[in-house]
Design a protein around this ligand. Structure first.
Ligand code: RP5
Length: 191
């Protein structure tokens, strides 16, 4: 079976407010041509959907779930407790875009994303969620691809190329930095 024939990754988020951060996962998976299905499942507002979604994910044959949430982020942990599918949690810092639309003020998590990070990573023994850094949804996409690469050798090859490109881009930037000197480099790059 090819990894691009049907969705192998389920991306879920607690609110549409999380979508601009969570799109980072989708972009990486698209880059690797890994199909994904994206949904909103709120642990607090739609609690019964949690178990329904877990059943759906198993029926669909997802191999990984990427779950993002902000604040008291229960979604990744609760989904993990409902399924054997590995869950990657994305703690989200900026949230409540809806508030921003209404009032012009964006509402940030009171503890700068640490609330969400700890809620997701500090799962009790026996129900783990692998957690990426705050807002680092792209890393969740890469990690999901790495899990799939155990089964699909072509993805392993693509990940190797991805690593090589990263290496080359650092070397290229370092060459420019060396040639131009630090002051010129910063002026040019961040003007
Ligand atoms: C969490 O509450 C969501 O994951 C989101 O990060 C946060 C705020 O959601 P909204 O009030 O903007 O819908 O459950």
């Amino acid at each position: 079976m090819s990894y691009s024939r049907k969705p192998l990754v389920g991306i879920i988020m607690g609110s549409s407010s999380d979508s601009r951060i969570m799109k980072g996962s989708a972009e990486i998976l698209d880059q690797f041509k890994v199909r994904h299905e994206d949904q909103i499942v709120s642990a607090h507002r739609t609690p019964t959907r949690l178990s329904e979604y877990a059943e759906h994910a198993e029926k669909m044959g997802f191999k990984v779930i990427i779950a993002g949430a902000g604040g008291a982020a229960h979604l990744p942990g609760m989904i993990a407790s409902h399924t054997l599918i590995p869950v990657i949690g994305v703690p989200i810092l900026v949230y409540n875009d809806k508030e921003e639309k209404k009032t012009g003020n964006s509402k940030f998590s009171a503890f700068g994303g640490l609330d969400s990070l700890l809620s997701i990573s500090e799962m009790p023994t026996g129900s783990p969620v692998v957690t990426v850094g705050v807002n680092k949804s792209g890393n969740a996409g890469i990690y999901a691809t790495k899990i799939l690469a155990n089964e699909f050798p072509e993805l392993k090859r693509k990940l190797k190329t991805h690593k090589t490109l990263q290496h080359e881009s650092v070397l290229k930037e370092s060459e420019e930095l060396k040639k131009q000197g630090l002051s010129k480099f910063v002026k040019k790059k961040f003007k």
